[in-house]
Design a protein around this ligand. Structure first.
Ligand SMILES: CC(C)(COP(=O)(O)OP(=O)(O)OC[C@H]1O[C@@H](n2cnc3c(N)ncnc32)[C@H](O)[C@@H]1OP(=O)(O)O)[C@@H](O)C(=O)NCCC(=O)NCCS
Length: 257
């Protein structure tokens, strides 16, 4: 059954203008823009559709994005995703009126944001998204995009991603099983990105549980099942916003604390 989750509004360019938060399109960047998810203040969310087949190393300097040494040995797919992710960050910075300072890569793979800035990045094969804010506005910020998980993959990962109570919840929600799994998987990855910097170590999908999934408003309520860090105790809740972007599942956590 189809979900009733609404599509985000995209800011469209005015005639002949290159609006803030839109990159010049090229063979690599096919389309880009800002995403408006109602009622989020002081938050710049951007997307960028890209074509891996058109990637070339020279794009890094052309697009003013520093090539990280860590990617020296990476395959083209990874370099293209990284570049598209940073392009998305760049347009979010521009839309937020922030001076462009490309985030580096931290010890755990996390983006290293400039002082006072918080953000998050996600990419699939052909779509990258980024969210940026002042850290004081949203100390917890995470974003994720996923393609629908296939039935084969669902069989392999379901028991790792879903807790027994979540399986139970899935039965009462009018969504296909794979769609439910995709949303929950994405929401938990978003939570990981939003709080990992405070936890400082890896934690698995069993550390948070979906306790409510409101299809109408597109909200997933997550609760921590364990004490992860000071202030991130068992029972602490985070609201995750869901939205469809093209064929992708987009989830976002933006919490002021
Ligand atoms: C780190 C992880 C969340 C990334 O998600 P993914 O679906 O593999 O990939 P995405 O494209 O969505 O995101 C990749 C981006 O995440 C960001 N990222 C990586 N590690 C991160 C971390 N520790 N904290 C915050 N962001 C991180 C990076 O910006 C990366 O892109 P980049 O390398 O191009 O900069 C995932 O690989 C992972 O380890 N998940 C298991 C942990 C988990 O989710 N537990 C559930 C907790 S309830």
């Amino acid at each position: 059954m189809k979900s009733s989750i609404s599509k985000p509004t995209l800011f469209l360019p005015k005639d002949g203008e290159m609006p803030l938060g839109r990159l010049p399109s090229s063979s690599f960047i096919r389309e880009s823009g800002m995403i408006s998810l109602n009622r989020w203040q002081n938050l710049a969310i951007s997307y960028c559709e890209f074509d891996q087949a058109q990637f070339s190393q020279s794009l890094f300097s052309e697009l003013h994005i520093k090539f990280p040494e860590k990617l020296n040995q990476s395959v083209t797919k990874r370099k293209a995703e990284y570049l598209a992710g940073r392009c998305s960050v760049q347009q979010a910075f521009q839309a937020a009126g922030l001076a462009w300072e490309p985030p580096g890569i931290g010890r755990h793979g996390e983006p290293c944001w400039p002082a006072g800035i918080n953000g998050s990045i996600s990419h699939s094969k052909a779509l990258a998204v980024a969210v940026v804010s002042k850290r004081e506005d949203y100390p917890f910020l995470g974003i994720d995009v996923e393609e629908l998980i296939s039935q084969n993959v669902a069989k392999q990962i379901q028991s790792e991603v879903l807790l027994p109570d979540e399986l139970h919840l899935s039965k009462s929600i009018k969504l296909d099983e794979t769609e439910f799994l995709t949303w929950v998987f994405s929401a938990k990855e978003t939570l990981f990105k939003a709080i990992h910097k405070y936890v400082g170590k890896y934690f698995g999908y069993e550390c948070a549980q979906v306790i409510d999934f409101k299809l109408e408003s597109g909200k997933i309520l997550l609760e921590l099942t364990v004490n992860l860090a000071p202030g991130l105790h068992k029972g602490r809740r985070f609201t995750c916003i869901t939205s469809k972007l093209s064929d992708h599942f987009l989830t976002l956590i933006a919490s002021s604390g």
